[in-house]
Design a protein around this ligand. Structure first.
Ligand code: SF4
Length: 331
């Protein structure tokens, strides 16, 4: 258990692996649990307010319930709640290691942050390069899975989501994740092309549990998962600092917009689902996204790790129908 290093969002995971630790994305542990509500309930029992993002409560609950003793907290570039979360974790006796992505994308500042992380975890720098080389193979497989989603169209939006979102910790074992991804690629080559309206999904990963299945059930498929793809770092820069500078998610809406617009074009996306989490400050970004994206946008909100509510289902169905009627329905 001591080898586990939890974290609150994507961090340079190469460093954690090179230190001989097992990285653990607390978001993923929370959401794949058979009963994720128990983590939220734990947080609320400990005094977290009802009117607060449930991802934050889920992360806290996972740390407490799973006895995770060390957590990298991303103080800048992710969530406005992380400072308070880090403080309560420290108060509860958890070792917290701060990491920040500089908002202005300053190379020197990011380099210093990565070096601080290396020092915190006492990583032998000589071990970093071999790990990076091996992880690049995993990232290459993930990029291929992503391509097979929008180009060959043999990967579903849900599968794409899972492969990319899990890349933040590679399930704690990057060699196994490489083997798993290779097996998956081999297993889907003979599949038939998926038909339907091509949807892009932007925003933080969904807390609701059946979004992708529902989208498929109304004749559409997600061919782009913005944030999840960013977690997979589809940037094959040799230098670790460069790689995490290319990563758009921590550097604000304008760096994200460039990426989103490029992918809308490249993937022939017909409409965008913008997911916002209840009580998340990022919901404000919806204003800019709606005014700048070149295709229709629907904004949906999730709160708890439960199935979609009927109203949201109806709205998605009507949105897909509208896109289909716009004339480009199948491709
Ligand atoms: S959804 Fe928003 S408020 Fe919740 S953890 Fe993510 S960034 Fe923070």
């Amino acid at each position: 258990m001591n080898q586990i290093v939890g974290f609150t969002t994507t961090i340079p995971v190469e460093v954690v692996f090179a230190g001989g630790y097992v990285p653990c994305d607390l978001n993923n542990i929370f959401i794949v649990d058979e009963n994720p509500l128990r983590f939220i309930e734990r947080a609320e029992r400990d005094g977290f307010p009802k009117s607060m993002c449930n991802w934050v409560k889920g992360i806290y609950g996972v740390v407490m319930e799973k006895n995770i003793s060390r957590v990298i907290t991303v103080m800048e570039g992710d969530c406005s709640n992380t400072q308070a979360l880090a403080e309560i974790l420290r108060y509860k006796g958890i070792q917290t290691i701060p990491f920040s992505y500089p908002y202005d994308r300053d190379r020197e500042v990011l380099k210093r942050e990565i070096e601080k992380l290396i020092d915190h975890l006492s990583v032998d720098k000589a071990k970093l390069s071999p790990v990076e080389e091996r992880i690049e193979k995993v990232r290459t497989n993930l990029a291929l899975i992503d391509r097979m989603t929008w180009d060959e169209k043999v990967v579903t939006g849900h599968e794409n989501h899972l492969w990319l979102v899990r890349s933040s910790d590679m399930l704690g074992d990057y060699e196994r994740y490489e083997d798993m991804s290779k097996d998956f690629i081999d297993s889907i080559k003979e599949r038939n092309r998926i038909q339907g309206v091509s949807i892009g999904y932007i925003g933080v990963p969904p807390i609701v549990t059946d979004l992708y299945d529902f989208i498929e059930s109304v004749g559409a498929n997600v061919v782009y998962n913005e944030t999840q793809r960013q977690f997979a770092l589809p940037y094959f820069e040799k230098d670790i600092v460069e790689r995490y500078l290319m990563y758009t998610y921590p550097y604000g809406i304008f760096s994200r917009l460039i990426d989103i617009n490029e992918e809308i074009e490249r993937r022939s996306i017909q409409g965008i689902i913008h997911y916002v989490q209840a009580f998340c400050f990022r919901a404000i970004e919806d204003v800019i996204l709606r005014e700048t994206l070149k295709v229709p946008v629907i904004t949906i909100e999730g709160d708890l790790p439960k199935k979609l509510d009927t109203r949201t289902k109806l709205r998605i169905e009507a949105f897909v129908e509208m896109l289909r009627e716009k004339g480009n329905g199948e491709n």
